[in-house]
Ligand binder design. Sequence first.
Ligand code: F0G
Length: 355
Amino acid sequence: MTHSKPASLLDRYRKFLPVGESTPLVTIGEGDTPIVRAHGLERRIAEAEIWLKLEGCNPTGSFKDRGMALAVSKAVEDGARTLICASTGNTAASAAAFGAQTSTSTVVVIPANGVALGKVSQTLIYGAQVLSVRGSFDQGLALVRELANLPGVAIVNSINPDRLAGQQTAAFEIVDSLGDAPNELYIPVGNAGNITAYWMGFVAYQKAGFLTNTPVLRGFQAAGASPIVSGQHVLSPETVASAIRIGNPANWKLAATACRQSEGTIEAVTDEEIIEAYHILASEEGVFTELSSAAAVAGLLKRARLGHDVGPRVVCVLTGSGLKDPEAAVRYASEPVEIEATVPAVAQHLGWDGI
Ligand code: F0G
């Protein structure tokens, strides 16, 4: 029996992407992530059909692998010797994985405080050089922008247009799975690249005749890191959702334009609302997602609670895996109980009679 090699993400969507004959299509197996029906959320919001796009199922555990596949393919094509990025953790891990796969050295700059343990450990084990700077993500990005001017260095943050082009593929997959675009797309917003990329993807697919109407974008920032909502830079952004702890998003203008064109909104959700959604996703959907990803679902629940029309068909983008941040899960869930390894001890603890 012969097996044909399955096409990689970039190959599958190549006619929508800036790849040529000489572009090496680098892949670590990204894309083609599950989209599942959210029955638990539908019990809470009866009028909507709700889907979850599980981007934490990408190889490094976040959506970043889509854009990184293209950004690194193009960087390798252009002869880059070093990949560089600033990151709250997920971009770093993804860049490091692609750097390892292509034997390209990778340098990542992370804020010294508050990057989730799973992301730091991934980035280190892939072999990247991790520079932990005393400052915010925004300061790290300013530093990296300067370093990227050096010859042979490719910046792989979402200011690199190839990142956004690659991330469009998530929008393509949603339309391919559902047969059309949803009415609304709920998505967390940090550096504001992903919401921009989804919009580009939906618009490109509409032009190609694959969908009837583009969705309304519903972006959500954490209240303590919500510059787009307030219209002002936040110098010391604060939120439990460390991946979106960003005070001056690089793609602010593009995201604001995308949002306006979609007739959507960018709103804020509090840390309490994020933690509540994080619990609901895990305990009612069986989906262990990052706190930052839960911001999208917090936004959906909030809009429904405030009496806004939701739906009729909604997709929430769950951008990263909960396993990235085990400390958060331990912090917000109950502790394990230690007991003797006997049946009576179990029965007593669980209140089971008659064993
Ligand atoms: N969700 C997760 C899990 C993220 O890691 C990020 C961004 C976002 C949402 C927001 O996406 O920046 O395109 O608006 N993480 C970046 C990083 C900043 O460095 O990993 P965005």
